[in-house]
Design a protein around this ligand. Structure first.
Ligand code: IVH
Length: 704
């Protein structure tokens, strides 16, 4: 896709833009280069899986482009990286016709089925041996994309195969689908491509973690989540799910005037078409495909591939075998249901039956009591399953579970094992109903359930189980990342009476620990170093580590960026908190609840005394220019700055922040959705109404 020469140039541009992030004029002048830089890094991240810059650096560059385009809407192009972010909701989906009907595939389940398919293809073609292209059968939801003159113009669901729904806005949220692709170099003017929207195993796990943080029910498997995402009303929600795409079939294309291009001759096999897609920046199964001669090689390859299935980062439910020669595909044709030149080989479902031998109730760090089904150990898709979370009381009723039941289990989307159903017809009469406890299984206090929630909770914050889970969370990789601490050590130290709360992590008596079994000098040294160095972790990790309900990693970052010191939250109102991105009423309430609890404040004070960083050290405040005595008010959502970030910048340059619009106001800085303040300011001649970009320029002016 990119030559080494191009990569070098794009890296050079990247460095230059990174050095001049505040230089909007420069970005205006070089806007095409800025877009190329962003597309290049999207490609490295989403398609070739080999990023060259951090997410943070990408975001900074993206914000720069957004700033420019905000002030100069005339410079926006349809394929600008910013144009993915649809702000308006999908009211309804328009039905559109596919250029070529989206047929399904015939299925095969064993070698004999494949031999039969091959025999028919050989007979129809008169060939003694056929070349096949084999690729994974991606387990997601199929889509079709149309690119015209190199621009993505339409994305549609499969629908009934003839007509589907136009889901272009949602599909633009998926970053592995480029908004433009250089098909013209292959002499292609219009092209229709088929592919699959999938959710990777890791995105599935992360999405479920996020749902859990929000107090929402988990999704069952990646396939259904991907499929359910296509017709979602809010495109932003599609973006949150971190979906992916594989594009595996060119169903139609027309040639342009460059049809003589030497490259246009390279489209005569399916395998070459996949290479062409890859070369144009689309994620085709270029690395996963295999071209072989004759059906025996197909069978061998598929058998081998099945054993590597668990190692793939996404789910597949089989393989697809395609006749490689396009002319031969055309000759073989299709039935009304499926092409005669391709067949799916379906892997066996990973299901097993076992016995439910007991239920354990576990208490999590938020006090949620989760029933866990204990099973007779059973082998399922490469792992032994002996326990499965069964979420909550309603779930037990829904699945009609009793201790002693035979249950059918599967690895949902082959990631997390689940109980599919019980088999009541096999009951012998001695099965026992599952009684949900009324009291915490650890501290025995009464459990509570909030209206609209399915979860019972222990609300005793001193409950041992919660305390331990909170410390485990605090030291964990995504929080304070104290290496070599880990769950096992938290439990060990707690049981030995050497650790009783979060501040205790920084007050460990290492000479006592050295008396415990398995702690030599080296491991103690490592632990001590890891604890010490965690003290300078950035503030957002500490916020996340505190385990405030509904505050996940992303929210923790937003929160950290919005303050100077963690204690600033003591004085924030719910309304102020809700001004922050992704902070709704539930999250705001939870944050306020946390910071109004004096025990929590005491804990934080203790942590600060122990040397932890409660200040936001990463915040960049531009301290140049002179705004001495000038009054400022910010309104609406600013494109790149958080409200209080902008206020700090104004103050750092001598400006004064005022709370309302009056004749005393010098500057009203307006962002998106500015309301009554803007209207009022328009009526006062002396108030200068400026954008964020103009504000940034203002503070960069040297003082006189
Ligand atoms: S080719 C005309 N290739 O499986 C041929 N399909 O069960 C079009 N699928 O409807 C399909 N991976 O949604 C093809 N590598 C792959 C595939 C694939 C997944 C899906 C596709 C199709 C379904 C049939």
């Amino acid at each position: 896709m990119y030559t080494s020469q191009e990569i070098k140039i794009l890296q050079d541009y990247t460095t230059k833009f990174k050095l001049h992030l505040q230089d909007v004029e420069n970005a205006i002048k070089h806007i095409d280069e800025l877009r190329s830089v962003l597309r290049f890094h999207e490609y490295r991240y989403y398609i070739s899986n080999n990023p060259l810059i951090s997410d943070y650096e990408y975001d900074q560059l993206f914000k720069l482009l957004e700033t420019v385009e905000k002030d100069h809407p005339d410079l926006i192009t349809k394929d600008s990286p910013t144009q993915r972010v649809g702000s308006s909701l999908n009211e309804s989906f328009v039905t559109v016709q596919h250029l070529v009907p989206m047929l399904s595939l015939d299925n095969s389940y064993n070698a004999a089925d494949l031999e039969d398919f091959d025999r028919k293809a050989r007979e129809a073609s008169g060939l003694s041996e056929i070349e096949y292209c084999i690729e994974p059968k991606f387990d997601g939801a199929s889509i079709s994309l149309i690119y015209e003159n190199d621009l993505l113009t339409r994305a549609a669901t499969r629908g009934d195969g003839v007509e589907g729904d136009d889901i272009t806005t949602n599909i633009k949220q998926i970053r592995s689908i480029p908004l433009s692709a250089a098909f013209s170099k292959y002499g292609i003017q219009q092209i229709e491509i088929r592919g699959e929207i999938i959710m990777s195993k890791i995105s599935f796990v992360q999405y479920n973690e996020w749902l859990e943080e929000q107090g929402l029910s988990p999704v069952a498997n990646p396939r259904n989540t991907a499929a359910g995402s296509l017709r979602i009303k809010d495109p932003k929600e599609v973006g949150r799910r971190n979906l992916d795409a594989f594009l595996y079939h060119v169903s139609y294309f027309t040639k342009n005037k460059n049809a003589e291009s030497p490259l246009s001759n390279s489209l005569e096999t399916h395998s070459n078409q996949l290479s062409m897609l890859w070369d144009c920046g689309l994620r085709s199964p270029e690395k996963e495909k295999k071209v072989v001669a004759g059906i025996q090689q197909v069978i061998d390859y598929i058998q081998n591939f099945e054993s590597t299935r668990d190692d793939l980062p996404y789910e597949i439910d089989g393989m697809v075998v395609k006749v490689n020669d396009i002319a031969l595909q055309e000759k073989l044709g299709m039935t009304s249901h499926h092409p005669r030149w391709a067949i799916a080989f379906k892997f066996k479902a990973r299901q097993a039956t076992t016995k439910l031998i007991g239920i354990e109730f576990q208490v999590g760090r938020t006090g949620a009591v989760t029933p866990v089904a204990k099973l007779e150990p059973v082998h399922l898709g490469g792992v032994t399953v002996s326990s499965i979370s069964i979420h909550n009381e309603d779930y037990i009723k829904e699945k009609d579970l009793k201790v002693g039941d035979t249950v059918l289990i599967e690895r949902a989307g082959d990631v997390i094992p689940q109980i599919v159903n019980s088999r009541p017809e096999l009951r012998k009469g001695n099965e026992q109903n599952i009684e949900f406890p009324k009291h915490c299984p650890i501290c025995k206090s009464t459990l509570f359930k909030e209206q609209d929630e399915a979860v019972w909770r222990c609300v005793n914050i001193e409950c041992e189980a919660q305390v331990i889970e909170k410390i485990i969370h605090f030291v964990s990789k995504d929080a304070m990342d104290i290496k070599s601490f880990g769950e096992a050590n938290v439990r060990k130290f707690y049981e030995a009476g050497l650790l009783k709360d979060i501040p205790g992590v920084y007050q460990l008596q290492f000479d006592e620990i050295s008396k415990l079994e398995g702690f030599g000098k080296k491991s103690i040294d490592n632990l001590q170093t890891a604890i010490e160095s965690s003290k300078s972790q950035p503030l957002h990790r500490l916020i996340y580590g505190l385990g405030i309900r509904f505050v996940g990693e992303t929210t923790a970052k937003t929160l950290a960026n919005s303050i100077e010191h963690l204690f600033d939250f003591k004085n924030k109102t719910e309304e102020e908190l809700q001004q922050l991105e992704d902070v709704g009423i539930k999250v705001a309430k939870s944050i306020q609840h946390f910071f109004s609890n004096h025990q929590n404040i005491q804990m934080l004070e203790q942590l600060e005394q122990l040397g932890l960083q409660l200040k936001n050290t990463k915040k960049e405040v531009v301290v140049s220019g002179g705004l001495a005595g000038q009054t400022f008010l910010f309104t609406g959502t600013l494109p790149t700055l958080k409200r209080n970030e902008a206020e700090v910048m104004a103050e750092a340059n001598g400006g004064i922040i005022v709370s309302g619009v009056s004749a005393k106001l010098n500057y009203l800085v307006v962002g998106e959705d500015a309301g009554s303040k803007l209207e009022k300011a328009k009526k006062i001649n002396t108030v200068k109404i400026i954008s964020e970009a103009e504000f940034l320029k203002l503070i960069q002016q040297p003082s006189e």
